[in-house]
Design a protein around this ligand. Sequence first.
Ligand code: FPP
Length: 246
Amino acid sequence: MYTFEELKKGALPKHLAIIMDGNGRWAKQRGKLRVFGHENGVKAVRETVENCAKLGIDCLTLYAFSTENWNRPKLEVDTLMRLLVASLKKELKTLNKNNIRLNAIGNISSLPKKAHKELLEVIEKTGKNTGMTLTLALSYGAREELKTAVQQICAKVKNNIISPENIDETIINNHLYTQNLPDVDLLIRTSGEHRISNFLLWQIAYAELYFIDVFWPDFSEQHLVEAIINYQNRERRFGKTSEQLN
Ligand code: FPP
């Protein structure tokens, strides 16, 4: 059992992203409805956010709702939106107490009015916090994000604001939802699935991937610690050789 103090001696991921998967299966295992899994998923969100802040992670990004999730049964979509609104209302105080700044990526104007309004309000009311940036990916899809960036850049080319030969990675980055965030260092996916599912495709170019075989509602402090220890024991070469790094 490692303590947070021991973990802090190594390099922490600056940007940790998590695909929170397996709420539905967690509920099914217990003979309950999928929404019961999401309700319990919220508890794991709360605990993970608090642990990451305590640990000193700069940026935590959670895949809370994908562009594809709109196709789920209405009851499930409504429940997820209700949980989002309730959590935002309930956690504002805790976010401020822990100096956490809320941020969102995705096509957030497509959220139901109430959720959109609450989200913007909490983003504004935590905007001056200087600790961890907690980003919720909501109605997020990486292909949609890239498509929008290409459209915006093309419009600037058309209006002679950018010339095509000057388009570089920085310009592309600056047109993504994540423009103010560093690249992802560590991506965790729960539930035993080994997929990226349209999450942060550009931003994970050099991320370490970590797949864990527990359903999201069961993801605990110990699982987080194990993921970070595993990350700290990897050699990130960014295309170089081991010798060049040493
Ligand atoms: C994946 O499990 C989980 C989601 C699609 C939503 C994640 C949402 C929460 C944890 C709760 C709301 C979030 C916040 C930030 C308040 P799944 O339903 O795909 O599970 P399955 O693969 O077993 O079906």
